[in-house]
Write a protein that binds this ligand. Sequence first.
Ligand code: NAP
Length: 301
Amino acid sequence: MSIAAGFVGLGAMGQGMARQLHGAGLLRGVWNRTGDRARSLANELQIDAAPDPAALAAICDMIVVCVSADDDVLEVVEALRPGLRPGSVVIDCSTVSAQTARTAAGMLEDVEVDFLDAPVSGGVEGAANGTLAIMVGGSEEAFEKAQPVLQAMGRAVAYFGPSGSGQAAKATNQIMCAGIIQAIAEAMAFAKAEGLPLDRLIDTLGQGAGSSWYFVHRAPNILKGEYPAGFKVRLHEKDLKICSDMAARLGVRLPVVESTRPLYQQLIEAGHGDEDISTLFRLKDALFSEAVARGKGSSQR
Ligand code: NAP
């Protein structure tokens, strides 16, 4: 059975993901809040630019959504609702809370439409190359039905359980990223203060037990003093708020997350919110510069 897929949210991620669906012969049409973006992609790919989400829903059996935050997802689901046909599937690839995923799924129950929470990891490069990791929650039957769409956008596609489970898996990933980037930034600032050759350090430690994808791929930003996105501070801060709120529902504060968020706030206020999260090095490096300025640090820097 051939699938007619629609795409809502042609931002940095959505552009690449929609193109992958087109490449797989699945993309029937698109809708974007800023209409020009949808019209220009539709012209290029020779597909429909729907006038509104309901009109897109009416010509598709699977709709992929990739918008910014919780309220945006609920707004889009509400707008899709009048056009959705029974048996259709809405696949939300935005990063939002597990609770929002469950609310969205509930909004579609009476129209007999399945909602899959399917947040992604792998950045803009992964979206453009169809190599995203996709973490899915919702009904297992809908997950099976959506396989061609999910496989067109991702390389590692995994089912985690009922609605909200995909978002919980993504939140787990975001907590790990917070700890890893804090450790890398702090360690590199320390190494710099010790006067170590940082390029050699990255090559050597990149093969050691403390290495990670982030260390190998983003520590070189520190050498250049340039932090192109990447994974924007602003987006990770949004995701860490989701992690905080989800943990708060379990009565727990997450120390790694709670120590990272104020640092991100500081970076955003200083105008670094659109840089890659490795820009956290700026703050860790400043700890050592301040110590030197107070006359407490060594002068080797
Ligand atoms: P983006 O470039 O800012 O694009 C956001 C898209 O959502 C735009 O198309 C925007 O429309 C649309 N949108 C926002 N609010 C909307 C609303 N209320 N109604 C309708 N459309 C709305 O963001 P992105 O980087 O593509 O990220 C999208 C999602 O993927 C986020 O949840 C993000 O956390 C997640 N994600 C991002 C990355 C990454 O590296 N960028 C990685 C993994 C996951 P307009 O064109 O009108 O503004």
